[in-house]
Design a protein around this ligand. Structure first.
Ligand SMILES: *[C@@H]1O[C@H](CO)[C@@H](O)[C@H](O)[C@H]1NC(C)=O
Ligand SMILES: *[C@@H]1O[C@H](CO)[C@@H](O)[C@H](O)[C@H]1NC(C)=O
Length: 233
C-alpha cells in the first residue's frame, strides 16, 4: 500500500503546479466590469468614482472595444473607444463627438505577466457549483500594485484590485474591479464598427494613439465630457 502513496502526492503536486501557470485570457472575450475607486492626497483631497465597462476583445481579428460609464461626484460620463489594429486606427467617441488617431504596433495579448507571483488558489461558492480561482500579484509601471484573480478553467478574469502611491504628490488611490457575464466570444461584433458618420476631418489626428500628449488631452476631454451637455461639433 505504501508504495502507492508517492505517485498520488506527485500527481497532486503536478496538478498544483499546473494550476499556477501564467495563463492568457481567451483570444476572444466579452465581459461587463463594475469598478469603484477612490483617491486621497494632500493636494487633491479625496475623490471617488463608480463606473461600469463593457469590454469586447478579439485577438484573432485584432480589435478591442471598451464602452465606459462613470459617475464621479454626480458628474456622469459616457465614452467608447475602438482599437482597430488592422486599420491602424483608434476611435474615441464621446456623446455626439468623435476623434480618430493612429494606432501603431502590435496588439497585446491579455495575460498574467510572467513576473507575477502566485498568491494562492481558492474556491468561491460550494460543491460542484464552486469556482476555483488563482490569485496573482504583480506591479505595473513600477508603482501600481495589482491583485488579479482568474478562473483556473479558462483563465477568465474574476476580480482585480489596483493600489497606487504617487510619491511626488503623496496621493494614494485604490481601484476595485469585478468582472461579470464573461463569455469566451464577442457577443455582438458590431461593437467594433467605426463611427458612422465618420469623425470630422478636424478630429482626425496623425499622432499615435499612444502619444503621451494626446493621451493627456484625451483624459482632459473625458473629464470635461458630461452626458447632460454634449460637446459642440
Ligand atoms: C513611480 O514612482 C517613481 C518614483 O518611485 C516616480 O518617479 C514615477 O513618476 C512614478 N510613476 C507613476 C506612473 O506613478
Ligand atoms: C449580466 O447578465 C444578466 C443576465 O443576462 C443581466 O441581467 C445583467 O444585467 C448583466 N450584468 C451586467 C453588469 O451587465
Amino acid at each position: 500500500m505504501k508504495h502507492l502513496t508517492l505517485p498520488v502526492h506527485v500527481l497532486t503536486l503536478f496538478a498544483v503546479c499546473l494550476g499556477q501557470q501564467h495563463c492568457c485570457y481567451p483570444d476572444q472575450y466579452d465581459l461587463q466590469e463594475t469598478e469603484t475607486g477612490w483617491s486621497y492626497g494632500p493636494v487633491g483631497g479625496t475623490s471617488s468614482y463608480q463606473g461600469s465597462r463593457h469590454v469586447a476583445y478579439d485577438f484573432i481579428k485584432k480589435k478591442l472595444a471598451i464602452e465606459e460609464r462613470t459617475d464621479s461626484g454626480g458628474v456622469r460620463q459616457y465614452y467608447k473607444q475602438i482599437y482597430d489594429y488592422p486599420e491602424g486606427a483608434h476611435y474615441l467617441i464621446m456623446g455626439t463627438d468623435c476623434f480618430k488617431t493612429k494606432l501603431t504596433g502590435e496588439m497585446k495579448q491579455h495575460c498574467i505577466p510572467g513576473q507575477a507571483s502566485h498568491l494562492g488558489s481558492y474556491v468561491y461558492g460550494i460543491g460542484d457549483s464552486g469556482l476555483l480561482v488563482d490569485s496573482f500579484l504583480f506591479h505595473v509601471k513600477g508603482n501600481v500594485t495589482t491583485h488579479r484573480e482568474v478562473t483556473r478553467v479558462g483563465c477568465l478574469p474574476v476580480r482585480e484590485l489596483h493600489t497606487h502611491l504617487e510619491p511626488t504628490d503623496k496621493t494614494i488611490s485604490v481601484q476595485a474591479m469585478t468582472y461579470v457575464n464573461v463569455t469566451s466570444k464577442v457577443r455582438d461584433p458590431s461593437v467594433f464598427t467605426p463611427p458612422v458618420p465618420p469623425c470630422p476631418p478636424r478630429h482626425e489626428f496623425t499622432q499615435n494613439a499612444q502619444d503621451l500628449a494626446l493621451l493627456q488631452w484625451i483624459e482632459k476631454k473625458k473629464r470635461e465630457q458630461r452626458i447632460s451637455d454634449p460637446p459642440q461639433l
